[in-house]
Design a protein around this ligand. Sequence first.
Ligand code: EPU
Length: 425
Amino acid sequence: MDKLLVHGGKTLKGAVHISGSKNASLPILAATLLTGETCIIRRVPDVSDTNYMIQILAALGAEVERSSGTVRITAANISHNAPYEIVRKMRASICVMGPLLSRLHKASVSLPGGCIIGDRPVDLHLKGLEALGADIDMEGGNMHMKAEGGLIGCECDLRGKHGPTVLGTDNMMMAAVLAKGTTVIESAACEPEVVDLANFLNKMGAKISGAGTRRIMIEGVEKLNAVEHTVIPDRIEAGTFMVVAAMAGDPEDGVTLNRICREHLEPSTEKLIEAGHSVEFSESGTSCVVTPGRNPVGANIVTAPFPGFPTDMQAQFTSLFAITPGISVVEDTIFPQRFMHCAEMTRMGADIKVDNGTAVIQGTSTMSGAPVMASDLRASAALVLSALCANGTTEINRLYHIDRGYENIDDKLIMIGADIERVRE
Ligand code: EPU
């Protein structure tokens, strides 16, 4: 297991290129199972989660070639069976259910198992697929699904107790594209990654309208075709670097972020401005400069589905508020248990109390380096952020979490002046 040594206190400046979106790439890679023709996907970030998805597609029988961000997939002859050994490493592997069921009319997919960020059931995924006519049996930790004669269009409301489901919406959309008749998904997730998947499917010949709203309509088609697509920029990686800039950027020059999409970054931008920092976008909205404010102030956050404040940025803003004067309150309504980073930050000197899905943060002027443990992807990013501002050296263990979703994060930070070493073990 690699670890990261971060020697804090450096002032960061220069430019960072943001990678393609991990969370858009994963369902799009799965969607290539919907056709036997060749799909070419560009700007797929080289992170372990996309590599797992590629391994899953290969294990299902697809031919996959990857070279520097471009993945070429031909799923001519595929199996319907995704066993535990290949799905257990990543929850997003459940994205293969919809495409397999749609194309082969059957799928056996192992349940993905628990997750450190909290309870992550699949009831809404199953609700959508059942509404389309799938018979589902659970046995030995596996979900066996079949739809003899194919899936049939339906209306289904996918709202759960924590709001809409992103991958559940993706799964139902991918299942419905080859179903007979029209499907309407109510309370659909509106995240940009859902829209990117819908755009990808439409380029393949699907007929999807309304993606990006709470009501998605899908008219089933008989067949989908070859496609070429470039995935959207990663709004969570971009948001993370915006917070890096606010915490450790040069007060004169700031840090420039390139290859971004302004519309996807509004919640993080608004919070940074409210907390006293400056965010200036280029006219095209594809780059911005973030400069730390001279008198930063705490702020409050409540996470919500898009266009609300993303749960995937909660840990990074908690890290910012830990060194911002005043009291900040951060509530995660989507994953109320997603606060493992707070205990580690407290070991570095932060003053954070977590209770019932809410963190109350009293900003402190000094944090100090300590050995800390990464617990999940965004928590590890937040620890890196704290470490960049702490006195002395922070040793971040279990680095594989960060490698799941940030492409070359250490190299990108070193390029803008951070003092970081990766220790390979
Ligand atoms: N939920 C249910 N039943 C379901 C599915 C979800 O109750 O069948 C609940 C969840 O427990 C949660 C809420 O609904 O409380 C929303 O979960 P959602 O299904 O939207 O999460 P997801 O689709 O599994 C994606 C991202 C996550 C991100 C969430 C929320 C991918 C691969 N993952 O997960 O990203 O946190 O949406 O925006 O797109 C990350 O990148 O670090 C990450 C965890």
